[in-house]
Write a protein that binds this ligand. Structure first.
Ligand code: IPM
Ligand code: MG
Length: 372
């Protein structure tokens, strides 16, 4: 029996292609693992009305880790039209499977390292090495949303006395509500994950991203918990900044930052920004980490317009494989893989289109595999 069971979830669009690339390096590095395919993605939404079927949920209960490609998603109304005719009109609502997966398995820590590998022609600046910790289960992603707004909710709101409440006299269908829900527990554990990482890897500073000057209740709580956690780590500096200012300052001087931590939506935004600093989404890797399960994926989406062309850069996914190896306790293999990626980037003989080259997805993976 293999040492590890890994769920293999290609999804759709370029998700399938980048996972094919990931398999090439995993085979070469000879991880003692069994890879078990899981159905997930747009095809299953169209055919079954569920992009994340129960059988895949059950699979994830019995594996050590998972590799996830990407999934196409569309706004609710458009998604409904893609269902097979017998499922239309049944009130099925498309929900992003990855968001559901993060919540269902309590994968609370979205870890997104952003390192500029030397010699990458599309690095914003050489030497950038940021690590983002994004809260991954709550905040505006809580999924508590109302459109139209039901009577009970209108009732509660009518009791709130606010000088500015333009929605009060509107009909239910003329406004919508998405709740931003942040808990002490959720805020504390992601900040703690960031500080633990900083301590373990000798990082100097953790920056907490928020908008507590305006969004006082939720972001105020996040910041309060961050300050509390920081006291347990006196050797690590903590600072904090508003999300809007952060987008500017990170661009202005990325070297002022080290480890970043943020609630879910701000973390989503900042992690794309950080990915661009190190060459774009072709290099942004991501771990969704819980206490029992971790799911690794590229930060990018399914890029439907490139699907089937095998032209996208698989490095983001291959770096996600590195993260998985580290998480499984196979750090030697993880380090070997990262060195191989770094060597291929530095040599510059094989480059995908985003890097100004014309090599294909699998050629890049083969080149990395050759160095292992
Ligand atoms: C990400 C993505 C997802 C998110 C989408 C695909 C739902 O943008 O992983 O950053 O918003 O979390
Ligand atoms: Mg995102």
């Amino acid at each position: 029996m293999a040492k590890y069971k890994i769920a293999w979830l290609p999804g759709d669009g370029i998700g399938k292609e980048v996972l094919e690339a990931a398999k090439i390096v995993l085979d070469r590095i000879a991880l003692d693992a069994e890879y078990i395919h899981g159905d997930i993605g747009w095809d299953f939404w169209c055919k079954e009305g569920d992009a994340f079927p129960q059988r895949t949920i059950d699979l994830l209960k019995n594996v050590n880790a998972a590799m996830f490609g990407a999934i196409t998603s569309k706004p609710v109304k458009e998604a409904e039209k893609e269902l097979i005719p017998s499922l239309q009109g049944k009130g099925l609502i498309y929900r992003s499977p990855i968001v559901r997966m993060r919540q269902l398995f309590d994968l609370y820590n979205c870890l997104r390292p952003c390192k500029a590998y030397p010699g990458n022609p599309i690095n914003f600046k050489e030497g950038i090495d940021l690590v983002m910790f994004r809260e991954n289960t709550e905040d505006l992603y809580a999924g508590v949303e109302f459109a139209p707004v039901p009577a009970e909710v209108r009732d509660v709101l009518s009791k709130v006395s606010k000088p500015f409440a333009p929605f009060k006299d509107l009909p239910s269908e003329d406004y919508a509500i998405s709740c931003k829900i942040n808990t002490r527990k959720g805020s504390e554990r992601i900040v703690r994950a960031a500080f633990d990482f900083a301590r373990k890897f000798n990082r100097k500073k953790v920056t907490v991203i928020h908008k507590a000057n305006v969004v006082r209740a939720t972001d105020g709580l996040f910041l309060e918990m961050a300050r509390k956690v920081a006291k347990d780590f006196p050797e690590i500096k903590m600072d904090d900044a508003n999300i809007d200012a952060m987008t500017m300052w990170i661009l202005k001087n990325p070297f002022n930052y080290d480890v970043l931590v943020a609630p879910n939506l701000y973390g989503d935004i900042i992690s794309d920004l950080c990915a661009q600093l190190i060459g774009g989404l072709g290099f942004g890797c991501s771990g969704n980490i819980g206490t029992k399960l971790a799911v690794f994926e590229p930060t990018h989406g399914s890029a439907p317009k490139y699907a089937g062309q095998y032209k996208c850069n698989p490095i983001a996914t291959i770096l996600a494989v590195k993260m998985m190896l580290d998480w499984l306790g196979e750090a030697d293999k993880g380090t070997r893989l990262e060195k191989a990626v770094a060597a291929v980037i530095r040599e510059g003989k094989v480059r995908t289109y985003d890097m100004g080259g014309s090599n294909k997805t699998l050629e890049m993976a083969e080149e990395i595999a050759k160095k292992l």
